[in-house]
Write a protein that binds this ligand. Structure first.
Ligand code: SAM
Length: 266
């Protein structure tokens, strides 16, 4: 027997239309309204599963203005489900604003288990340990990217990236961390799904004719020998160089932000 909540967070397929749970279908059929990023995208799923529930748009551009309307409906006893275009709401998708408001209004919520690109990816990527840092989309600026790569060399770093940027991103990772091992997942659960695990040079070579589709990527945790900046800092330190000098040397040699390198020396 399904316990009744007022607000459901419902994951939807990330590619393969069959990746939806029985519970998700049941909830989407039984709520009064489905709040979705793009009503047309969600309608495809609803049609596929013969779900007749009404939809309302709820996306990052109207998130704030829609909250009051949705809360009023919930206060009249209506039940609402939140979905995003694909995967799990709140994972690089809208939801944060309404969830905060729901908590403030003591409205009961529950989240259904289901598809999500990052977990679908990680569940097929061999790793030596359970530790990973998921940062959502890879930063857009070089400085933020360098900072991220330098500060997270000790864990597996997982991120979403667009096909237009991924090759440049891989080149930047190589600049900061060397020709390290990467896992790249493309078009997961879809017809042309692909997983490539290799060093950066080989991955760039693999995609030399272009890369399309949706991508999740992981930079493997630094291994002895492949990390450059961190090892180089400690070598320079043992030779008696001061933090400021190390920052100047390494930022000049590797074209890095001096402050980021400096912070790593502390
Ligand atoms: N909420 C979604 C989730 O649960 O994964 C993520 C939404 S985010 C706006 C979209 C990004 O997720 C894409 O740009 C891509 O990086 C990643 N993604 C979504 N579907 C994917 C798939 N089938 N294969 C690989 N990556 C995917």
């Amino acid at each position: 027997m399904q316990r009744e909540f007022q607000f459901y967070i419902v994951p939807t397929p990330i590619g393969n239309m069959s990746d939806i749970t029985l519970r998700a279908i049941e909830v989407l059929k039984n709520v009064d309204l489905i709040a979705c990023e793009d009503t047309r995208t969600t309608q495809n799923i609803l049609n596929h599963y013969d779900i007749k529930t009404k939809t309302v748009s709820y996306h990052k551009y109207n998130e704030k203005s829609k909250v009051d309307e949705l809360i009023s409906l919930l206060n009249t006893g209506k039940k609402i489900a939140l979905v995003s275009d694909a995967g799990t709401p709140m994972i690089c998708d809208p939801g944060a604003i309404i969830l905060k408001a729901l908590r403030e209004n003591n409205i009961k919520t529950t989240s259904l288990a289901g598809p999500c690109a990052v977990t679908t990816f990680l569940s097929q990527i061999p790793r030596d340990n359970e530790i990973f840092t998921f940062v959502g989309f890879f930063p857009k600026t070089t400085q933020k990217s360098q900072e991220l790569l330098l500060n997270h060399s000790k864990t597996n770093l997982v991120f979403y990236e667009s096909p237009n940027r991924i090759i440049d991103t891989l080149k930047l990772i190589k600049q900061v961390r060397g020709n390290v091992k990467i896992a790249l997942g493309r078009e997961l659960t879809k017809l042309f799904e692909e997983i490539v695990i290799d060093n950066i040079d080989n991955i760039i070579e693999h995609f030399k004719d272009g890369i399309k589709g949706e991508i999740v990527c992981m930079v493997y945790q630094a291994e002895d020998g492949d990390i450059d900046i961190i090892t180089k800092i400690s070598k320079l330190k043992t030779k008696g160089f001061k933090s400021k000098e190390i920052a100047t040397i390494l930022s000049t040699l590797y074209d890095l932000n001096k402050n980021d390198v400096y912070k790593l020396t502390m």
